[in-house]
Design a protein around this ligand. Structure first.
Ligand code: FDA
Length: 309
């Protein structure tokens, strides 16, 4: 119920203008967002690198409605990549295709994606195309494949275990040699497309993580990312890997900035690869709403700060 409410609010312009104007909201969101500028982002990533964490940088933004905004979003990523290279931070980048103009057509979006992929390749960095709602699943996979087919070997994408289609998508991506990040899924989806029940989403996550790990044992380049803060999902992946001889170097765990830091640290201390997804930028509102939707305790933290504020 609360999840639905926050996912609906994430699209509301009036809620956005109200909440982004509240100082306390900006303060609470900073638990999940590294800051507003590239300098803030580089500082947060450098600190994580220093502790042995891998990182992926996300410049927040989605669903642009003009070509100029889509071009600017890609320019911002190129600036980010230049800063990663010049400041010597070790980082991948993660991006959303609706930020690069997917709502305006595949052509506009692909041109922007290619510019970023080419720049990333020039500095030896990998680009993860995040997965958005099911309005975009098919086109996201099409554009990621088109990038791979036209010589970009530094691109991968994300599959969500709440979708019925995901098992078939993972099998095809393994076949195509495209790297996958597996997550549960963060959008509001209808019951004809996604499991409405958390138990089924979790069971599918375990099943899909095993598929990815089995493939990575044979082909280390597939290097899947198991992205969850759920200890049961993490344990299932660890157990599968150790009982089936999948080397720890062939996969990584991923978690979001500011969430389950103790789990991130303990996995790292045990010798697993851990990558933290570090978002930054002024467009933090929908990202923040999705984090509130995932965990009611975040809402109480927000409300108690609001009351104190
Ligand atoms: P679940 O929601 O069951 O939570 C398990 C436990 O984790 C909770 O009990 C709590 O302890 C902790 N936790 C989870 N979320 C929390 C939060 N917001 N605040 C505090 N604690 C929290 N989704 C998507 O649709 N497309 C994408 O491209 C991505 N990309 C992505 C990258 C990375 C690195 C991660 C970790 C996640 C994503 N996601 C995503 C989000 C993902 O789909 C999912 O919504 C969240 O990860 C929450 O699901 P969990 O697997 O953590 O489990």
């Amino acid at each position: 119920m609360l999840r639905e409410l926050f996912l609906t609010l994430s699209h509301s312009k009036s809620a956005r203008s109200f909440i982004t104007g509240v100082t306390v909201a900006r303060r609470v969101s900073s638990r999940f967002v590294a800051g507003i500028t590239i300098a803030d982002e580089i500082k947060a990533m450098r600190e994580l690198n220093r502790r042995g964490m891998k990182v992926t940088a996300d410049h927040l933004g989605e669903n642009v409605s003009t070509e100029a905004d889509a071009t600017r979003a890609a320019d911002d990523y190129i600036q980010l990549l230049d800063a990663i290279a010049s400041d010597g931070v070790s980082s991948h980048v993660s991006l959303k295709l609706t930020q690069f103009g997917l709502d305006l057509g595949n052509g506009v979006c692909f041109a922007n994606l290619r510019r970023v992929l080419d720049r990333a390749k020039a500095i030896g960095t990998f680009v993860r195309v995040d997965m958005e709602s099911t309005d975009y699943t098919e086109r996201t996979l099409t554009l990621v494949r088109a990038a791979k087919d036209t010589g970009c070997d530094n691109v991968g994408t994300v599959i969500q275990s709440y979708l019925y289609r995901s098992e078939a998508d993972i099998a095809a991506l393994i076949e195509d040699g495209i790297r996958v990040r597996l997550c549960k899924g963060a959008y509001k989806e209808p019951p004809d497309k996604a499991f409405p029940n958390k138990k089924n989403v979790d069971a599918n996550f375990v099943k899909l993580s095993h598929m990815l790990l089995a493939a990575a044992k044979q082909k280390p380049d597939l290097y899947p990312a198991i992205a969850s803060h759920d200890e049961k999902m993490v344990a299932a992946a660890r157990e599968y890997a150790s009982s089936n001889g999948v080397p720890r170097s062939n996969f990584e765990f991923q978690m979001l900035y500011g969430i389950r830091r103790e789990l991130q640290d303990s996995l790292l201390a045990e010798g697993y690869n851990v990558r933290v997804y570090v978002p930054y930028g002024a467009e933090w509102y929908p990202y923040f709403m999705r984090r509130l939707a995932e965990r009611p305790a975040n809402l109480w933290f927000f409300v108690s700060n609001l009351v104190k504020g």
